[in-house]
Design a protein around this ligand. Structure first.
Ligand code: CAA
Length: 300
């Protein structure tokens, strides 16, 4: 293993164990990290850091409740996501939990006493969807339990990485309810109707290894939490190294494939492709290729 990789892993471990993450020596010179430090100290359920240039990292941090997704946690998560979305230095976001749990679902203790009108009038869970409105890519790094709302939160992300031993599932049927944060729709879109129906009706869990086989997870890692997290951070850094304009456009057209038929989707893609000839980065990227140089993106 290279010394760079060891340093990056050590840095990641330090970020995860400290409430106020400690930037690396190299990163300390970046004023923007100081800005993050001043905001994150007010969070109680998440940790926020920038482990590599261009990468925003959010770590769910309610260890005593296995990162159960409470309303208070979502207020903080959405605030942190909004800050990363607005931060010009950030090109991609990683969302993770702990070795033991990405998230064990919606907070059952908070949810148990709700009445129909509480849930309906206050549109319970609707704020969870904020993540899906982001234009920057979000990568989930899943270890341990990703159950119910935890599985649904991972599926809201653009790319899901997990450990092979991660424990996915939609166990709501065992609680006398059903998935409420998109599980029935996104799981079905990801793995097909018959398999999704089986999993949702039985509440059976499935491993990260199986999730990769079924196409829910892009890559299932052999190692533990540090390996999957490092993999997600490395991918996020790679994405962040490209033109922000092209990355946003690429995410947009892939997402359109979920809503449009193939012919309309291909036409939509072509229109966006045409529009990128109006960006500076298309000129920069193609000129750099012809000159055998590294592209220096303007992000415009
Ligand atoms: N909500 C609230 N608290 C939770 C929780 C949840 N979803 N999951 C775990 N916890 C709490 C436990 O109550 C326990 O707290 P105490 O120590 O105060 O008792 C603590 O986290 C540790 O949990 P366990 O002792 O149960 O740990 P375990 O290792 O024995 O089991 C587990 C782990 C299998 C994940 C088990 O905790 C479990 O089954 N959790 C619930 C999973 C679930 O049903 N999720 C779906 C929720 S509904 C939903 O998400 C709806 C939706 O679609 C939005």
């Amino acid at each position: 293993m290279s010394s760079c990789r060891v340093l990056a892993r050590t840095r990641t471990a330090a970020l995860l164990t400290s409430r106020i993450p400690v930037p690396s020596p190299a990163a300390r010179s970046l004023p923007r990290l100081v800005r993050f430090q001043s905001t994150q100290s007010s969070y109680e359920n998440i940790l926020v850091s920038a482990p590599k240039p261009g990468v925003g990292l959010i770590t769910l941090n309610r260890p005593k409740a296995l990162n159960a997704l409470s309303s208070a946690l979502f207020v903080e998560l959405n605030d942190a996501l909004k800050k990363f979305e607005e931060d010009k230095e950030i090109g991609a976001i990683v969302l993770t939990g702990s070795e033991r749990a990405f998230a064990a679902g919606a907070d059952i203790k908070e949810m148990a006493p709700l009445t129909f009108s509480d849930a309906y009038v206050n549109n319970f869970i609707a704020p969870w969807s904020y993540l899906t409105t982001l234009r920057k890519p979000v990568i989930a790094a899943v270890s341990g339990h990703a159950l119910g709302g935890g599985c649904e939160l991972a599926m809201m992300c653009d790319i899901v990485y997990s450990t092979k031993t991660a424990n996915f599932g939609q166990p709501e049927i065992k609680l006398g309810t059903i998935p409420g944060a998109g599980g029935s729709q996104r799981l079905t879109a990801a793995i097909g109707k018959s398999k999704a129906m089986e999993l949702i009706l039985t509440g059976n869990n499935f491993s990260g290894e199986d999730a990769e086989k079924h196409g829910l997870v892009a890559k299932a890692f052999d190692g533990g939490h540090q390996e999957v997290l490092q993999g997600a951070i490395d991918t996020a850094a790679k994405i962040a190294s490209y033109s922000r304009v092209a990355v946003i456009a690429a995410k947009e057209v892939v997402n359109k494939s979920q809503d449009l038929g193939i012919r309309e989707g291909v036409e939509y893609e072509r229109r966006i492709f045409h529009s990128l000839f109006g960006s500076q980065d298309q000129k920069i990227g193609m000129k750099a290729f012809a000159e055998k140089k590294k592209a220096e993106w303007s992000h415009s």
